[in-house]
Design a protein around this ligand. Structure first.
Ligand SMILES: N=c1c2ncn([C@@H]3O[C@H](COP(=O)(O)OP(=O)(O)OP(=O)(O)O)[C@@H](O)[C@H]3O)c2ncn1[C@@H]1O[C@H](COP(=O)(O)O)[C@@H](O)[C@H]1O
Length: 97
């Protein structure tokens, strides 16, 4: 497993922990409560996708990486909300190889 794989698994483990513990100062935890919730995650994914497209049009590599990371984080939160995980993503990608 390379570093990229490891960081995805680490991040997903943190997300799962926030979902369980719901610490007050956690942005992730706020997404799992009525304070924000699923709609906020979906809105973020929409916004960040638009921002990624604009960054790509501008050939702004730093911004592309930033927006792509925001999308991956919110996508992992969404998978967790649906009782899914990185394993589902990995299995789907693997099946396509
Ligand atoms: N990867 C992320 C991550 N990406 C984005 N965000 C948050 O998502 C929110 C929205 O992102 P935006 O890019 O839209 O930032 P914004 O400043 O709110 O911008 P706008 O809303 O004005 O567009 C911000 O509050 C970001 O901090 C993240 N929050 C947390 N993580 C990871 O989750 C871990 C746990 O974080 P907590 O749950 O906060 O402890 C962290 O250590 C990180 O690894």
């Amino acid at each position: 497993m390379d570093d990229t794989d490891a960081v995805l698994d680490e991040l997903f483990a943190v997300i799962e922990d926030r979902k369980e513990q719901l610490p007050e100062d956690s942005y992730t935890a706020s997404l799992f409560t009525h304070e924000k919730g699923e709609n906020a995650v979906l809105e973020k994914l929409g916004e960040e996708t638009t921002e990624l497209l604009l960054a790509a049009k501008d050939d702004d590599r730093e911004e592309i990486a930033h927006e792509a990371a925001d999308i991956v984080y919110h996508m992992l939160v969404l998978l967790s909300m649906k009782e899914m995980g990185v394993a589902d993503l990995r299995a789907e990608l693997r099946e396509r190889r």
